[in-house]
Design a protein around this ligand. Structure first.
Ligand code: FES
Length: 643
C-alpha cells in the first residue's frame, strides 16, 4: 500500500491506492484547514506535494505560480504511490491567532467503514423464494384442442409434479396473449413457500435471466430500497428518501397518536406506500428493467412501521402492557397494500419481537449472522431509536431505548441524512480551533450526518471548546464560537462555503439532544448486560448498525460515551443491518425460516418499566460518563489532547 508522509510533523500513514489526500490527512490526524467539505471551492486545503505520484482532480483557486511551486488542493488530489506532502503553515492556521499550546500528535484513531458485502450470514445456499423456468408448449390444433390453462397444466405435469403447483389466479388474466406472443415459448415464475409451490407469473419468451426482488427498509425517518438481482445474487440499484409519514409526526409515538385520529391510519399507510412506490420507480429506471421483472418483495421495519405499512392500528403498541397486533406476518400480495408491483408478487415482512424491537432488528441479527455465531455479540442499531441485542447462537436478549432521532440528524438544527454533501468527518485544530471537514461525495456541505455529529461532539470536547456537560467555553478566542439563536454555538462552516446559503453550526441545544441520545443508548447497554450478568470485557464482538454514513470512528464514539470502551478490533460497522437482512431473505428461502426462529427465540426487556434505567441514564448524561472508571482509555486520550 502507498505510504504518505506529512511534513513538518513527519507523520506516516499507509493508505489504499487512490485514497484522497485530505481523507488520508484526516485518518493520520494531520490538521489541514478544510471548510467546503472537499468540494474544491474554499481553497483552504493547500498542500505541497514534494515527491511522489498523485492524481490531480482539479486545481480550484490555485494560482499558476502556486501550481508551479508544487501546490495542490488536498481534497482534489488522490494518492497513486508513496508521497511526501508538506502542509504549509497557512493551511494549519485559522482566522484567529494561534493559541499558546504544544501540538499533540495522538497515536490513535480507528475508522470503520461499512463492509462491501451483500450478506454477512454464512453457510446458506443461494436459493431464492422465487425462481424462473423456460418452457415450450405444443401449439393447439383441431385435434389437440385443450384450453390454454389445461395445456399449461398438462405440460407442467409432464415436466414437474402438477400436484405440487398451485396456479395463482393472477396468471389467468393475460395467459392467452402471453402464450401466443412468442409462439408458445414462455417463462414461468414459481414461488416456493411452506404451503407448497405457486405459479405466480407466465411471461412470453425466455425471461429466466430477469428475476429481481425489491427489498425495503421501512425506517421511521428514511425508507431505503434496493433491487436485488436474484440470478446473480447482487444489488443492482439503490434508492432512498424520507418516509413521507414524517409530515404527520417525526417519531413513532406521534405517528401512533395520529393513526388514532379519523382517517389518520389510512393517511399514514398511503404515505408509506407512496414513498415505496416512488423509490420503486427510481430503481426500475436506474436498473433499466421492467416492473414485471420483479417477482418478490421483502420489507423490514420497526413494529410501528410494519403495522402502518399493513394498515393495522398501532394503538396498543404504546399502551401498557405494549402488545402489538402482529409479530409474525403471513405472506401478502404487495399489490393489496397499494404497492405498484404485479398482482402476483408477494411481500415477506420480517417478524418483530415486541412492540419496540421490530422486524428491522430481526433482519439485522439475521443478515449479520449473529444468530449463528458462537461469539458473544452486542448488536447496536442506532436509527430513530436505539435498539440493542446481546447474545449468540444459543440465546438472544434485546431492548429498545428511546434515544430519539439525533444521530439520524433529527432534532439537530443542521442535522441531515447521510447523503451527498453531509459532513461525515470532522477534525478541529487544537491550536487554532479551526475545523477540517469532509463531506459525503466531497461536495459543498449541506449539514451534518450521524458520523459527523459523533466527530463534532468528540472534537469540541477534546479541543476544550465544550466541557463534560456539553457547555461552551465562551472565553476562547475564536470567531467560530459565538452566541446564536439557541445560545452558544460553534460555526463549523461559514455561509459562503456552505451549500445551503447559511452558516452550519452546532449549538448547546443540539449538544443537549445528542448527549441525551447517547446517554439513552449507553444506559440501555448497561441494563442489557446487567440483566444477563455479562461485563463489557466479556463481549467478544460489538456490531454497530445504523445510517451514520460511510464511516464511523469508534474512538470518537467512545470519547462521547455512546459506545462502551473496548478494543477497537472488537467493533464491526455494518451500515444498514436491516437492509442486509432483507437481501439475505431475498436470496435464500432457508434464511427466511431462520428469521422466524430468531424472532421467536429473542427475549425482550421493557426498559420503560425498569426502575434502574433512569439511574443509568442520568449517570450517562456526561462526556463520556460520570463513571470515569469505565473509560480508562478514553480518559488517557483526553489527558493526551489537553496536555
Ligand atoms: S478546497 Fe479543499 S477542502 Fe475546500
Amino acid at each position: 500500500m502507498p505510504e504518505v508522509i506529512f511534513y513538518p510533523d513527519n507523520i506516516k500513514i499507509e493508505v489504499v491506492e487512490g485514497e484522497n489526500l485530505l481523507r488520508a490527512a484526516m485518518i493520520a490526524e494531520v490538521h489541514i484547514n478544510a471548510s467546503c467539505g472537499g468540494d474544491g471551492t474554499c481553497g483552504k486545503c493547500r498542500v505541497i506535494v514534494e515527491t511522489g505520484e498523485v492524481e490531480v482532480l482539479g486545481r480550484g483557486k490555485l494560482t499558476e505560480a502556486e501550481i508551479e511551486r508544487g501546490y495542490h488542493l488536498a481534497c482534489l488530489t488522490n494518492v497513486q504511490g508513496d508521497v511526501e506532502v508538506r502542509v504549509p503553515v497557512e493551511s494549519q492556521m485559522g482566522d484567529s491567532k494561534i493559541l499558546e499550546r504544544e501540538r499533540q500528535i495522538p497515536a490513535w484513531g480507528h475508522f470503520l467503514s461499512a463492509p462491501d458485502v451483500e450478506v454477512m450470514a454464512t453457510a446458506w445456499k443461494h436459493l431464492s423464494p422465487t425462481r424462473k423456468m423456460f418452457m415450450k408448449l405444443p401449439p393447439p390444433t383441431i385435434e389437440d384442442n385443450l384450453s390454454d390453462l389445461e395445456r399449461l397444466r398438462r405440460e407442467l405435469s409432464r415436466q414437474i409434479s402438477l400436484k405440487e403447483v398451485v396456479i395463482d389466479p393472477a396468471v389467468l388474466k393475460n395467459l392467452a396473449v402471453n402464450l401466443r406472443e412468442k409462439d408458445w415459448q414462455i417463462t414461468l415464475t414459481f414461488l416456493d413457500t411452506d404451503d407448497g409451490t405457486y405459479l405466480i407469473q407466465v411471461e412470453p419468451g425466455n425471461a429466466t435471466k430477469k428475476n429481481y426482488a425489491l427489498v425495503v427498509d421501512v425506517g421511521t425517518t428514511t425508507v431505503i430500497a434496493q433491487l436485488v438481482d436474484l440470478s446473480e445474487g447482487k444489488v443492482t440499484a439503490k434508492a432512498s428518501n424520507y418516509n413521507a409519514q414524517i409530515s404527520y409526526g417525526e417519531d413513532v409515538i406521534t405517528r401512533i397518536i395520529f393513526a388514532g385520529r379519523e382517517g389518520g391510519l389510512l393517511k399514514l399507510q398511503s404515505a408509506a406506500v407512496t414513498t415505496i412506490n416512488n423509490l420503486l420507480s427510481e430503481l426500475v429506471r436506474k436498473a433499466q428493467i421492467e416492473l414485471q421483472d420483479i417477482s418478490y418483495m421483502v420489507a423490514a421495519g420497526n413494529t410501528t412501521m410494519t403495522h402502518l405499512l399493513l394498515g393495522l392500528d398501532p394503538k396498543y403498541i404504546r399502551e401498557d402492557p405494549y402488545i402489538p397486533t402482529i409479530s409474525s406476518v403471513p405472506l401478502l400480495k404487495a399489490r393489496d397494500l397499494g404497492i405498484s408491483l404485479l398482482e402476483s408478487v408477494y411481500l415477506y415482512c420480517f417478524p418483530g419481537v415486541a412492540s419496540y424491537v421490530g422486524g428491522d432488528i430481526t433482519a439485522g441479527i439475521l443478515g449479520s449472522g449473529v444468530f449463528q455465531s458462537d461469539k458473544l455479540t452486542l448488536y447496536i442499531d442506532i436509527g430513530t431509536n436505539g435498539e440493542l441485542v446481546l447474545g449468540n447462537r444459543d440465546w438472544l436478549v434485546s431492548c429498545s431505548c428511546s434515544a430519539g432521532p439525533a444521530f439520524e440528524g433529527g432534532g439537530i438544527r443542521n442535522g441531515v441524512r447521510a447523503t451527498r454533501g453531509a459532513i461525515e468527518q470532522v477534525r478541529i485544530s487544537r491550536e487554532t480551533l479551526e475545523p477540517m471537514i469532509l463531506t459525503i461525495g466531497q461536495s459543498k456541505p449541506g449539514g451534518i450526518c450521524g458520523s459527523g455529529l459523533i466527530d463534532v461532539v468528540a472534537e469540541l470536547f477534546l479541543s476544550g471548546i465544550i466541557n463534560q456537560k456539553g457547555k461552551f467555553n465562551t472565553e476562547l478566542k475564536t470567531p467560530r464560537i459565538r452566541m446564536g439563536e439557541n445560545g452558544a454555538e460553534y460555526v463549523l462552516v461559514w455561509a459562503e462555503e456552505a451549500g445551503i446559503g447559511r452558516d452550519i453550526t452546532i449549538s448547546e441545544v443540539d449538544l443537549d439532544n445528542l448527549i441525551r441520545a447517547k446517554a439513552a443508548i449507553y444506559a440501555g447497554i448497561t441494563i442489557l448486560t446487567e440483566s444477563v450478568d455479562v461485563k463489557i470485557p466479556d463481549i467478544e464482538r460489538i456490531i454497530i448498525a445504523g445510517a451514520f454514513g460511510n464511516y464511523i470512528e469508534i474512538d470518537k464514539a467512545m470519547i462521547i460515551g455512546l459506545l462502551p470502551e473496548a478494543d477497537s478490533e472488537r467493533f464491526i460497522f455494518i451500515g444498514n443491518g436491516s437492509l442486509m437482512g432483507t437481501r439475505a431473505v431475498a436470496l435464500s428461502r432457508a434464511l427466511q425460516k431462520e428469521a422466524e426462529k430468531i424472532a421467536r427465540k429473542m427475549t425482550y426487556l421493557e426498559l420503560s418499566v425498569n426502575p434502574a434505567f433512569m439511574d443509568r441514564y442520568i449517570s450517562a448524561l456526561f462526556l463520556p460518563h460520570t463513571n470515569m472508571d469505565a473509560f480508562p482509555k478514553v480518559m488517557g486520550m483526553i489527558r493526551e489532547h489537553r496536555a
